[in-house]
Design a protein around this ligand. Structure first.
Ligand SMILES: NC(=O)c1ccc[n+]([C@@H]2O[C@H](COP(=O)([O-])OP(=O)(O)OC[C@H]3O[C@@H](n4cnc5c(N)ncnc54)[C@H](O)[C@@H]3O)[C@@H](O)[C@H]2O)c1
Ligand SMILES: N[C@H](CO)Cc1c[nH]c[nH+]1
Ligand SMILES: [Zn+2]
Length: 438
């Protein structure tokens, strides 16, 4: 393979150490919250978010916040909410409960049940992520989750009003004005009068994502959804300006948000390298964009589209845009990503805000083994079985023999007991233990 790195990420060497520092900080915080509970949370809220108010958002305060949201903002959030809820319901209806009789008297089934309690983290450090509230809460609601707590970091006197509105219309039962590791821990441990979450979902910065990862096991999580990443795949037909605008759009997430270009066209690559800083200059948050591009931005030139697929699957980027000829070929051949955006008409902003697919997506190469948040993450597939006495003639005989082959006498006798109970007159051509009746 003859790939060339036309632009390297300047921060590449320090990333592993930074991840280790984050893990150590988050481990200490979780341990402290485990032992000191709400007192520790109050301390972190004061330290990181300058917050010493109540955490549970009251009905009255929620009403005041909603009142302060302009009607035009409510209309847009309502539109996005309908799209997201509709897509989640379509997903839900393709996974169903069923029962089948595989042999006479053997009924096997699956029941698809919602998880009972979800904790939805809505980021709020740098931006007011109203759409993220819809993504997690509306999807949990579509799944049928009964107890939904949503949280977001307060800024000034409250969480952002549009975020509060989005949480409310999507169906949150309880809102915490709290963010960061301590909010994740509060939902997991059921602090401040809430239920212990059965699953924690939602994106967040490196600390939030690491907290969820460390709590996994005690609770379920959706996916490792840390700092945003975006990649564009482009051939010679792509418009460099469109690529630059789209890379800048996702670099604005934070100074550690990587944006990558994988291309077969050196001309397109060189033009994009010129354009990104110019497009970024014109933005209110130019500093963040320049840092992300300088430290994490990469441009990789490949000879063939097959090589591009190989590189792209290796990066397993959260968002992947394809600006090339023959989109169907790319759709069939790309295998690792969080969400795919095909053609110039589709920008990541559509998925981020309002098209309806979920924007809570895998980062740090988690796209190799998982998709993003979807309605199934809030649902459990539970199996059931009911065997008649007659069905035991076959199934207990086989179960007993397999158990003894494996050296598991207790398992074998559970079957033998049924054979001798239901078929006392039968002669067996294999050893069957006649259990004493006590
Ligand atoms: N992968 C996805 O699906 C996805 C989607 C949307 C957003 N995102 C990402 O979410 C992130 C949002 O980050 P944000 O910072 O704006 O909001 P955030 O709410 O995730 O984090 C802010 C909180 O982090 C805590 N914090 C800050 N510094 C800390 C420290 N040194 N130690 C411990 N805790 C600390 C504070 O409590 C603060 O309120 C971005 O990185 C964005 O790219 C990802
Ligand atoms: N691109 C983000 C997912 O990494 C989601 C988002 C929300 N708002 C803006 N962007
Ligand atoms: Zn985004």
């Amino acid at each position: 393979m003859t790939i060339r790195h036309l632009k390297l990420a300047e921060a590449a060497d320090g990333v592993a150490e930074e991840d280790q520092r984050t893990t150590a900080i988050v481990q200490d915080m979780l341990q402290d919250i485990r032992s000191r509970g709400e007192d520790a949370v109050c301390m972190y809220a004061e330290k990181f978010d300058n917050w010493s108010g109540d955490f549970v958002l009251s009905e009255e305060k929620l009403a005041t916040l909603i009142e302060s949201v302009p009607q035009s903002v409510k209309d847009d959030i309502d539109f996005a909410h309908r799209q997201i809820r509709r897509f989640a319901e379509a997903q839900r209806d393709s996974l169903t409960s069923f029962e089948i009789e595989t042999e006479p008297g053997v009924v096997l089934g699956q029941r698809v049940l919602p998880i009972d309690a979800a904790g939805c983290y809505v980021p709020g450090g740098r931006y007011a992520h109203a759409a993220s509230a819809l993504m997690s809460v509306a999807t949990a609601k579509a799944a049928g989750v009964k107890h939904i707590t949503a949280c977001s970091p307060p800024r000034g006197d409250s969480i952002n009003p549009a975020v509060a509105y989005a949480m409310h219309v999507a169906g949150a039962d309880r809102i915490l004005e709290m963010g960061g590791v301590h909010a994740v821990a509060s939902m997991a441990f059921g602090l401040f009068g809430g239920r212990e979450a059965d699953i924690l979902v939602g994106p967040g910065n490196a600390f939030v994502a690491e907290a969820k990862r460390l709590l996994f096991g005690q609770v379920g999580i959706d996916v490792f959804a840390g700092p945003t990443e975006s990649a564009v795949i482009a051939d010679h037909t792509a418009d460099p300006m469109t690529i630059a605008v789209d890379l800048v759009s996702q670099a604005e997430h934070g100074p550690n948000s990587p944006v990558w270009l994988f291309t077969t066209s050196e001309e397109v690559a060189r033009r994009v390298i010129e354009l990104v800083p110019l497009v970024g200059n014109d933005m209110p948050n130019a500093e963040v964009i320049h840092a992300a591009w300088r430290d994490y931005g990469e441009v990789i030139l490949c000879d063939t589209r097959e090589e591009v697929v190989q590189i792209s699957d290796q990066y397993a980027c959260e968002h992947l845009q394809v600006l090339c000829e023959d989109l169907e070929w790319w759709k069939q051949n790309l295998g690792n990503y969080g969400s795919l955006f095909l053609g110039e008409g589709s920008t990541v902003t559509h998925g981020d805000k309002c098209s309806g697919t979920n924007h809570i997506l895998p980062t740090k190469r988690a796209g190799r083994y998982s998709g993003g948040l979807n309605v199934h993450k809030f649902m459990k597939v539970l199996t059931t079985q009911q065997l008649s006495a007659e069905a035991n003639l076959k199934f207990s005989a086989i179960g007993s023999r397999i158990s003894r082959t494996e050296g598991m006498e207790g398992h074998a006798r559970a079957c033998d007991w049924r054979l001798t109970k239901y078929f006392p007159e039968q002669d067996w051509d294999f050893p069957v233990y006649a259990q004493k009746r006590y």
